[in-house]
Ligand binder design. Structure first.
Ligand SMILES: Cc1cc2nc3c(=O)[nH]c(=O)nc-3n(C[C@H](O)[C@H](O)[C@H](O)COP(=O)(O)OP(=O)(O)OC[C@H]3O[C@@H](n4cnc5c(N)ncnc54)[C@H](O)[C@@H]3O)c2cc1C
Length: 248
């Protein structure tokens, strides 16, 4: 019999690397000894403890594929936030962090579950969807995927180069951006918040029995989930993860 750690025990892990993603977003690569593995889409909880014993904890999606040796989370700094500015600005390689997980069994996808997949992200909501794309790439899975990704501007697109690389090598992966606040010169893509018309153009037809994963700020997630069901998606096929209370 293999001894297993109760999944929700806090453990101390080491920050291995810090990767700047955008002006407001970093990825933290964590060295988690004895990691029991995770499914693409799951998250962890991170806990900070102040010198006076005060503690704060927040959830962060795992952005790395289960096949990778390290656990990566991608954190967007909220200027007035309690936890994210510390994670994004203060941590250095070699620092220790407390975490527990993996957590969540609903917002997950494995290549063997098939597709087609419709992934819809707003801002840092791309993180768990990136785990799915990285997992799919690690398996060279032919499952067709369309990713609709809403960012404020081109500079705010997280994992921009990696998404470009993945899509360039793969006719079954389409990455469609919408830039809601500022667009570079010559931008021909969408330039508004995700709406019914956009989903009509981008989403798989319901008859293709797609699996949809929608992640980001709460208002985006709720609007997109409602629109997909209106378009004829089976509500059970639309999985959602809400990151926060505001649209930012
Ligand atoms: C399952 C799950 C997975 C998550 N994964 C990620 C992830 O991969 N990357 C990531 O950056 N965040 C993620 N989040 C959000 C994260 O848990 C924190 O809520 C976020 O980092 C803000 O924490 P904070 O302490 O800095 O801000 P707080 O001090 O909690 O809040 C500061 C202010 O920002 C508002 N606020 C809180 N959260 C958000 C938000 N997400 N968007 C906009 N406004 C907000 C609050 O209402 C408040 O006004 C996830 C949340 C959940 C529930």
């Amino acid at each position: 019999m293999v001894a297993t750690r109760p999944r929700l025990t806090w453990r101390v892990v080491t920050v291995r690397e810090i990767v700047p993603e955008t002006a407001r977003v970093v990825s933290l690569v964590l060295d988690v000894p004895d990691w029991e593995g995770h499914c693409a889409g799951q998250h962890i909880d991170v806990r900070l403890t102040a010198e006076d014993g005060y503690q704060a904890q927040r959830s962060y999606s795992i952005a790395s594929a289960p096949e990778e040796p390290w656990i990566t989370i991608t954190v967007e700094r909220l200027e007035d936030g309690e936890v994210s500015p510390y994670l994004a600005d203060e941590l250095r390689p070699g620092d220790l962090l407390e975490l527990r997980g993996p957590i969540g069994g609903w917002f997950t996808w494995h290549t063997r579950e098939g597709g087609p997949l419709l992934l819809v992200a707003g801002g840092s909501g791309i993180a768990p969807l990136m785990a799915m794309l990285r997992h799919r790439a690690a398996h060279r899975s032919p499952v067709p995927v369309r990713l609709l990704y809403s960012s404020r501007s081109a500079d705010d697109i997280i994992y921009r180069d990696e998404l470009e690389r993945l899509a360039a090598d793969d006719p079954d992966l389409a990455v469609i951006h919408t830039l809601t606040r500022a667009q570079p010169k010559g931008w021909t893509g969408y330039r508004r918040r995700i709406d019914r018309e956009m989903l009509n153009e981008v989403a798989w037809a319901p008859e293709e029995r797609p699996r949809a994963f929608v992640c980001g700020p709460t208002p985006l997630v709720e609007a997109v989930a409602t629109l997909l069901v209106d378009l004829g998606y089976d509500p059970a096929s639309v999985k959602t993860e809400r990151f926060g209370p505001t649209g930012g």
